[in-house]
Design a protein around this ligand. Structure first.
Ligand code: MEV
Length: 424
């Protein structure tokens, strides 16, 4: 399906109008639109998802526009409680598309599972035996997942490591599994369980932990984009963004916040599509610290034309199937809206959203400051908190923005004075 993700004035439409536009562009059915409108998840489904269910919690689901990744346009579903995230991502994607959009390269869906082998008397001999029996061990692992193997995936290799802990010296077996379009935790954990007995025999040790690693160094995306200096606001803004990036890469206090901004975008898409937000978040931050100190995940430089080039490598273990995705209608629909057919395509878009989010935050931070845009959007939340309803919300928010005072007290005063004027 080919369409343009550039939808002028999308943010000024009503939710009904936006649904209509998206449905037409993506050929969504009436049932799909009904799911978006009412988000009807039956209690049976909720009961399958977690334990002790007593209700459900809704989040706004928005659409980021303007994304072009590897030459293809995407409308990106984002679920977040934070105002301005969707607008900022869309804005940065609009700037990126001037120079062709985002380019992304996926490493492949290689997921690492760890076996912790304890109480090994002779580590070197144990390592030699594991290497000698590698083929047999890989076969044992693969015997647990015929479907994955038939798709060309499965356990491909393992690496051995020795870790000196405080209690013992641990021999670690890192099983490397191509999980294809799954997130992979279930497939990998099942393989690790199957290996336990044979690994204990071969090493004469005790296998303790058998679990996927969320430090997903073999499942990453490298994404980049050029942001023209004119659309960023000129040469000075480019220089300032370079300084902001420099600080994020040199100071953990700033680096953490800078990377949090990247995750604002990434987690919103991951959340909308029913993937494991905690795995993605944990993997991103450990990747930021992989060389021994915590760094910025993204990098910025200036090209010969003076434009800003943003790039980032980030681990993204994202699945199109399994877990909650299979049962929750809105997750399924979000994936349909995204229109991806592989984990590769999915991860490439999510990485692009992360870079876009980061660029938008940096651009705002080095110019008008983050509060101006953020508080303008936040004004609506404050208006509602102060009791505004329906059309009042926009009016009170706009009033506060004009007066430059976006506070609960201001919203209350505006509402009270409106009531006085109306004689209520
Ligand atoms: C706020 O949610 C995210 C930012 O703090 C990110 C950043 O500082 O780069 C604005």
């Amino acid at each position: 399906m080919s369409f343009s993700s550039r939808i002028p004035n999308f943010h000024n439409k009503s939710a009904d109008e936006r649904r209509k536009i998206i449905a037409e562009l993506l050929h969504l059915s009436e049932d799909d639109v009904a799911i978006l409108k009412r988000e009807e998840v039956s209690e049976d489904v909720l009961d399958i998802m977690i334990e002790n269910v007593i209700g459900k919690l809704s989040l706004p689901l928005g659409i980021a526009t303007n994304f072009k990744v590897n030459g293809k346009d995407y409308l990106v579903p984002m679920a977040t409680e934070e105002s301005s995230v969707v607008a900022a991502a869309s804005h940065a994607a609009k700037i990126a598309r001037i120079k062709g959009g985002f380019t992304a390269v996926y490493s492949g869906s290689f997921t690492i599972g760890q076996l912790q082998i304890c109480r090994v008397k002779d580590i070197e001999t144990a390592k030699e035996r594991l290497m000698a029996y590698k083929l047999e061990l890989l076969e044992i692992a693969n015997s647990t997942n015929e479907i994955l193997c038939n798709l060309g995936g499965g356990a491909k290799d393992f690496e051995l490591k020795t870790i000196q802990g405080n209690q013992d010296t641990y021999l670690l077996l890192h099983l490397i599994v191509d999980v294809k379009d799954a997130m992979g935790a279930n497939a990998v954990n099942t393989m690790l369980e199957a290996l336990k007995l044979r690994v204990e025999e071969l090493t004469e040790g005790i296998v303790l932990l058998r679990i996927i690693s969320n430090h997903a160094t073999k499942r990453t995306v490298k994404v980049s984009a050029v942001f023209s200096k004119e659309s960023l606001g000129g040469e000075e803004i480019v220089e300032r963004i370079l300084c902001a990036y420099d600080l994020a890469d040199s100071d953990i206090y700033r680096g953490t916040t800078h990377n949090k901004g990247i995750m604002n975008g990434i987690i919103a898409v991951v959340q909308a599509t029913g993937n494991d937000t905690r795995a993605i978040e944990a993997g991103a931050h450990s990747f930021a610290a992989k060389d021994g100190s915590y760094k910025s995940l993204s990098k910025y430089e200036k090209n010969a034309e003076g434009d800003l080039v943003g790039s980032m490598e980030i681990p993204l273990s994202l699945g199109l199937l399994g877990g909650a995705i299979n049962v929750h209608p809105t997750y399924k629909l979000a994936l349909k809206i995204l229109g991806v057919s592989s984990s590769e395509e999915f991860a490439n878009i999510v990485a692009a959203v992360g870079l876009a989010q980061n660029l938008a935050a940096l651009r705002a931070l080095v110019s008008e400051g983050i509060q101006q845009g953020h508080m303008a959007l936040h004004a609506r939340n404050i208006a509602v908190t102060a009791g505004a309803e329906g059309e009042e919300i926009e009016r009170v928010a706009n009033n506060m923005i004009k007066s430059g005072s976006i506070t609960y007290d201001s919203a209350k005063k505006i509402l009270d004075s409106e009531k006085v004027n109306k004689g209520v």
